[in-house]
Structures are given as C-alpha cells and as structure tokens.
Design a protein around this ligand. Structure first.
Ligand SMILES: NC(=O)c1ccc[n+]([C@@H]2O[C@H](COP(=O)([O-])OP(=O)(O)OC[C@H]3O[C@@H](n4cnc5c(N)ncnc54)[C@H](OP(=O)(O)O)[C@@H]3O)[C@@H](O)[C@H]2O)c1
Length: 311
C-alpha cells in the first residue's frame, strides 16, 4: 500500500486512519483489541483518539479511549509500528490551548496511552482566547522534549490555520502538519470552500473525520425504520433526505460496478481528495470492510459521478 506523507513531518501512513471514539463507547475491550489487531494486520498504522473520548457516554469521564489504546499497546508491544494521533482542548477537564493546559494534558495522555511519546498531537479545536504564539511555544517545547513528534489542528478555519503557520514560522517553531476537518461525501462545503486550498498551498496533510458520516454512507440507513440499527442511528435524521438518498444511489451504482461496498467507495472517494480519511469500526467484520477501501481504485468517471450526486 502506497504510504502518504503527513505534511512535512517525516511521518508517512497508509491512507486510512482508525477512529478511536468507539473504544469503550460502542466497542468493549475485547472487541476494541480485536479491531486494533485487525487494523494493524491489514497494513495500517495510524490511530486517532482524543483525551475527551468518550466523556459523552453516561458513566464515563473522558480518557476511556486513550486508556483502552494504552492497554492494547502494552499488551501487544508494537509501539514503534503504531502512529498515535491524539488531541487536547475539547475536554471539560482540560479545556483550551493555553500553555499550562497543553503541558498538563500531554502528561495525562502519555500516562493513559502508556507511552513516552505521541506521534501527532492535535489541537482538537481552535481557542481564540489564547495568543497563537503561546500555543506554538508550548507545542515547540513538547517537540523539543521528544514528547511529541508532530502537531496537527482540528476544526480550524482557513484564516486561523494560516495565521498559526505564520506565527510558527516567525518564531522558528513547529507548524501544524495535519488538519482534521469534517469532510465526507455528504459534508463537503465546510472543507472544500477554503480549507482545501489552504492545505494544498501549505502542504498540510488532511485527515478528515466522519469519513462514513457516522455510518450513513455504508448504506445501512435507508429509512427511519433503520435508525435502530445502532445507537449512532439517532443522528441519521440529518442525512436521510433527497440529497442523502441521491448520494447512496450513486454509491450503490459505483459499488456494484466494482464488486465493492458503499462504505469502501465512500472512503475511496475521500482517498482521491485528501491524505487519509478517519473511520471507525465496531467489529472486525466492519474493519475488514473499510480496510478494503485502500485497495479500491476509482475511475475518474466514478469520481465524477459521486461528485455530481453530492454536489
Ligand atoms: N476532530 C473531531 O472533532 C472529531 C469529531 C468526530 C470524530 N472524530 C474522529 O473520527 C473518527 C470517526 O468518526 P465516527 O466513528 O464518529 O464516524 P464514521 O467513521 O463516519 O462512522 C463509523 C461508524 O459507522 C459504522 N460502520 C463502520 N463500518 C461499517 C460497515 N462496514 N458496515 C456498517 N457499519 C459500519 C460503525 O458504527 P455502528 O456499528 O455503531 O453503526 C462505525 O463506528 C472518530 O473515531 C474520531 O477519531 C473527530
């Protein structure tokens, strides 16, 4: 599998990132371990998580996903084969991008992950209450100390991404090498309008989240009666409309022509646009399905059909 560069960080990954928000949420520990093993066995390496996952689950406080990944890393001893991407700023316990918060949060994440370095440490969202210079200096310290290899941003707008780059360049500090925006066949505008160009110009890798629109783009939700298929079904109302059904029809057609699944085609479409989509799985069967996206080659006609259906 051809690897793709994470900006200018020197880190390269196969073009699918495993979403970690399911670990301890919709996947228990044995299932999470099996999914992680299968992901590595399929030739992938990059796992995305955040300190805050999965604080939204009743009875959870946050930190559960990192803790699960840490136990798996300890059990398997394959740390140097794995690219860990985690995040700071969105957890109520450790909010924002102040230097003090970043420095405290990274120590907690390292403990939970049972490792002494994070490959890609991401700002989970922007924080305009803190000068970008303060944040850049804090990340610079972590990189200099070897606790972090590269930094990334998530949910930033193009102006702030660009100003962060200018600040880092002026100070001779590490810049954001990755951007993690919302982007999939259904949700296109937010990324394509300005961020896509900014990332191209600045050679920033793009690793978008909700690659499968939380499961909608697998084609398993075709009517409201399907919403009970997962706890994630509760959020499907926003996709199940004329445009959503048109996208599914195009996915069905392209998938049938390739002997593939809708999920594989939806992720393969993203792979033609950006560095590596993030998607999660709640079973090994789902993981094997989405892994197939990286072996799929979409013709320019297929991409055009999907572009048009989702325009
Ligand atoms: N930066 C941010 O602000 C942000 C925000 C959200 C997410 N993220 C990241 O992005 C990752 C992915 O997001 P996500 O998991 O919410 O959404 P997603 O990847 O769009 O959807 C994945 C879900 O779809 C279902 N699925 C996957 N493969 C399937 C298959 N082959 N057949 C049928 N169903 C399948 C599974 O859920 P069920 O089995 O439950 O149906 C799975 O958990 C997260 O884990 C997280 O790392 C980041």
């Amino acid at each position: 599998m051809q690897k793709r560069a994470l900006g200018r960080s020197g880190i390269s990954i196969a073009p699918l990132v495993l979403g970690g928000n399911v670990f301890g949420f919709t996947a228990d520990e044995p299932t999470s371990f099996a999914i992680l093993d299968a992901f590595m066995d399929e030739g992938f390496s990059c796992i995305d998580t955040a300190d805050s996952y999965s604080a939204w689950v009743p009875g959870h406080t946050g930190g559960e996903s990192e803790t699960m990944i840490g136990r798996w890393l300890k059990a398997r001893g394959r740390r140097d084969e794995v690219v860990i991407a985690t995040k700071v700023a969105m957890w109520a316990t450790r909010p924002g991008l102040s230097a003090a918060n970043i420095k405290a949060a990274v120590e907690d994440s390292l403990k939970r992950l049972q490792t002494d370095y994070i490959d890609v440490y991401q700002s989970h969202r922007d924080d305009n209450t803190v000068p970008q210079e303060e944040t850049a200096r804090a990340y610079g310290d972590l990189v200099a100390e070897g606790k972090v290899r590269a930094i990334g941003a998530s949910n930033f707008d193009a102006d702030r991404l660009t100003s962060a780059r200018t600040v880092a360049a002026d100070l001779g500090l590490p810049r954001y090498e990755t951007l993690q925006p919302l982007y999939n066949l259904f949700d296109r505008e937010g990324f394509e309008a300005e961020l896509a160009g900014a990332c191209r110009d600045q050679e920033i890798a793009v690793i978008p989240y909700y690659g499968l629109a939380s499961g909608f783009l697998t084609g398993k939700y075709r009517s409201e009666a399907d919403f009970g298929k997962s706890v994630r079904g509760r959020g499907m109302g926003k996709y199940l409309n004329d445009r959503g059904l048109k996208i599914l029809a195009a996915l069905d057609e392209v998938a049938a022509g390739l002997g593939a699944t809708d999920a594989q085609v939806a992720l393969a479409w993203l792979m033609t646009k950006i560095t590596a989509p993030i998607a999660s799985a709640t079973s090994v069967e789902q993981l094997k399905d989405i892994a197939g996206a990286a072996r799929l080659s979409l013709s320019s006609e297929a991409v055009a059909k999907l572009d048009a259906a989702s325009a």
